[in-house]
Design a protein around this ligand. Sequence first.
Ligand code: FAD
Length: 555
Amino acid sequence: MTNVELSVKATMKKAKMLRANPQTVSNTLFDLIVIGGGVTGSATARDAALRGLSVLLLEKDDFASGTSSRSSKLIHRGLRYLETYQFKLVAESLRERERAIKLAPHLTEVRPFLYLLYNGYPEPKWLLNLGLTFYDVASGEWLKRRHKMLNPKKVLELEPHLNAQGLKGAGMYYDVFTDDARFTLDNAKGAAEAGAVLMNHAEVTGLILENGKARGVTVRDSLTGEEFEAHGHQILNATGPWTDRTRSFEHTKSTHELRPTKGVHIVVKKRDFPLNTAVFLRSPDDNRVVWPTPSLEEDVVYIGTTDTDYTGDPDDVRPDESDVTYLLNVANHTIPEAKLDESHIVGSWAGLRPLVAPAPGTTTSNTSREHEISVGPTGLLTISGGKLTSSRLMAKQFVNAAEEALGRKKTKGGAATTALPGSRVSELPHISWACARAGVPDVVAKAWIRRYGSNAAKLLEIWKANPASRREFGVRGLSVAEIEYLVAEEMVGRLDDLMVRRTGIFFWDDDGGLEHIDEITNVLGDLLRWDPQRREQEMATYRDLVEKHRPAHKE
Ligand code: FAD
């Protein structure tokens, strides 16, 4: 066996992320039960498990199915917060961004951003320069990736298709791009590796009270319809936009309500919207900042985001016509020759910012992004607000609060220094080489590495062991080997778990992979032993989801 193969084998020792059995869950008394498998809940479960606490993480749909797969996909240093002088948020974002690069190098990519300045913008060039200098110094980037101020000529050399009219120049700085869903999933995987017990498609339907204190939850397994109980010393609510609904299980009106705002992104092909660098600019409609961003997927650009109040059901949040029109306007202002209309949109998503409600009279864009931990009358601990960028810090503070509530001495655990699964990037050249040697097509190997980092070695093992797993579907590098891996190790229980969060095909592919959906469903259905009716149901649900997120499909 070669050294390469040995090092590939060495990545395969850790525990798998397996869906817990309701009976085992019911028979266990946990230290903590975390409700909600977004990035906050997943990072919380990981932090707690690494401290040696016994943890149960329950997610009603799928990990990252809420806001955590529908963000702008940036681990950012909070440039917008400087505008509103929220220095604490800026400092926190800077620290956490650097830590995320260390903990998840396979899912973080430092790339340039162009902060464009046009006539009529409120910020003068000198102020932008000053702000970016502050960032460089505060983040230690001064020596590594210092910003540059560019004149219009230089900007247009870099991005020749940008609107030249009224362009005054740009500040070029660096930020970190990620895959939010995979970042959340690797947090959940990290929790499982540290010993946490996980269930997706397991909705908490109420609290079990003992002498007025929450000591457990009632759960509905949405894959089987089975109802069961789970018991724990401390219950943690990390349900993001669903926070107030979860708090209502305490049967008292909360004083810390959320004021969610909706953010929409649309996806277009790079060939229709030729942009290589992410840009920050203002909407011609209302002067809000919007950032068209080339995706890590290379052939597509996403444009977002809107920021509007939302009072509907968090389960029903979707892009609507006015969101799409607003973003198309921004796109056509950014690159007028693109002349984009609805037919160019290949995908979209909408998410809710779980913002803490501000004092009466505050406007949407001034609403605080900071997080808050509160305790309810039954002892339910709730975390609200926050962002992807600060999820590690939020998790740490949340588990600190839980330990305090349990009367335990605060422990450390190691979430700040334990890298996420798949993070051994020094192995990636070996894995690429081993893939090529085994005849894995380039598009497939690249997709594995981008999605799973050093865990790509596990997919290669499947590929080598089973010739039938080498079948490709012709969509974003998806093969039978990947589906087998995801069923065995990443708790895929439904078709959209696979298509949306695990592979991102839903977001980036022209028709969300519908062209191949029968074949894909059959492979998944065979592995999960679905009967023909279940296969039809899964396909119908997924088709509906794709159609609701692609305006051109509506007719
Ligand atoms: P969610 O991801 O929504 O997770 C909550 C989970 O709880 C859901 O999965 C839900 O299914 C589950 N749940 C609800 N009720 C129950 C129940 N009864 N039982 C079990 N489970 C339940 N942040 C950044 O740092 N960078 C960005 O670029 C960025 N861009 C953004 C762009 C937009 C448009 C939006 C909306 C947000 C953005 N954010 C960004 C913020 C960031 O995405 C969110 O703060 C973060 O994802 C919230 O994670 P969460 O875990 O708190 O909530």
